[in-house]
Design a protein around this ligand. Structure first.
Ligand code: DAH
Length: 363
């Protein structure tokens, strides 16, 4: 038989256990120990059956009261625990919506200045009605030299510091193209005159210093029809340089030069001012060599299957790395190829800054 004092002690014991339960699993264990099928309180309730009517009169209400109070205490503690759990989770998962949004890849990414310059140059020539053509980086001796009127064993071939592949069974050697000029004949062979196109691309020479890398970039231009002359050539180059350097007055100087594939051949300089390390195009008393050009040699037209008595035109070739360095004040060419992210973040362009004559080239 349990007396009232025992019940009070039991109640106090469970009350402490309930208060001490720090999570729902511990609280549930307390509930099972008190009110579960085999719980201490449940066992006591079962013992009511064996009591006399007199005993049951006091023990019944006392046990029921104990059961009710424990049930309430358990429910209250359970609510408190689940509220605390929610609070903790909210505190942990809180998001500060006032924090700045992380940059998207489209904002953080940068376009290499060389890619930007290629796009700028192509945009300018496309605006003048030039198509864009391409040719392979691995070339034959024929397209890189012979078809362009380089005589066999002519010293100009040596001047190109060519990277050759191992000789093939027939003795011929493929090479990495030393200029974009082979695309002239390749494209003329494929189509019919008139031609008006540019070809930007990779070129290779065994050379390396602050202004030369073994792989570099050029753009070639070719216009062939029945009437195109040097006046047109000069106008096209002036228009191009004015648009590219984004200055109103660009003054050109054409100096006689030699290329096997043009006759006459010229080198073009632009007027510039040198102020310490800075070069300003379109002003000053200095000249800067910028490209080679000329009237296409009759032998080149013949290589492409065209009648030089009927067709004529001009060609030009320009180093893209060089004009990129000039326009954007980049001092060392080798940095173009080093993939240094800090450099790219400094000199690179926003992905969405697509150059066009209407929208602006570099701004
Ligand atoms: N292919 C020449 C070079 O790499 C550049 C060049 C000069 C191209 C004159 C031309 C040209 O089309 O007419 O040095």
């Amino acid at each position: 038989m349990t007396d009232i004092q025992d019940l009070e002690k039991l109640e106090a014991e469970f009350a402490t256990a309930i208060a001490d339960a720090m999570d729902e699993a511990t609280l549930e264990a307390v509930r099972v120990a008190a009110l579960g099928k085999k719980g201490r309180v449940s066992e006591l309730m079962k013992s009511l059956g064996g009591m006399s009517a007199e005993e049951r009169k006091t023990a019944g209400p006392a046990l029921n009261g104990l059961k009710d109070r424990l049930t309430d205490a358990l429910a209250t503690r359970k609510a408190a625990l689940s509220e605390a759990k929610l609070e903790a989770r909210l505190a942990e998962e809180k998001i500060d919506v006032t924090l700045p949004v992380r940059e998207s890849p489209a904002e953080a990414g940068r376009i290499h200045p060389l890619s930007q310059v290629m796009d700028e140059v192509v945009a300018i020539f496309a605006d003048m009605g030039f198509a864009v053509e391409q040719g392979p980086d691995i070339e034959s001796d024929h397209y890189n030299f012979t078809s362009l009127n380089f005589p066999e064993s002519h010293p100009a071939r040596e001047m190109h510091d060519t990277f050759y592949f191992e000789p093939r069974a027939d003795g011929s050697r493929l090479l990495l193209r030393t200029h974009t000029s082979p695309v002239q004949v390749r494209t003329m062979e494929r189509g019919k005159p008139p031609f008006r196109f540019v070809c930007p691309g990779r070129t290779y020479r065994s050379d390396s210093d602050q202004t030369h890398t073994p792989q570099f970039h050029q753009i070639e231009g070719l216009v062939i029809d029945e009437t195109t002359h040097m006046g047109h050539l000069k106008w096209v180059l002036e228009e191009f340089l004015r648009a590219f350097f984004e200055v109103e007055g660009v003054e050109l100087r054409m100096r006689p030069s030699f290329f096997p594939f043009t006759e006459p051949s010229m080198e073009v300089d632009v007027r510039c001012a040198r102020l310490g390390n800075e070069i300003r195009i379109g002003e000053g008393d200095d000249w800067l060599e910028i490209l080679g050009c000329g009237m296409v040699h009759p032998n080149v037209l013949k290589s492409a299957g065209l009648d030089p008595e009927k067709y004529q035109g001009f060609a030009f070739g320009m180093g893209l790395d060089r004009i990129a360095m000039l326009k954007y004040g980049i001092p060392d060419l080798r940095a173009f190829f080093e993939s240094d992210l800090r450099w790219l973040r400094h000199y690179g362009f926003s992905v969405l800054d697509v150059p066009s004559l209407a929208g602006g080239l570099s701004s």
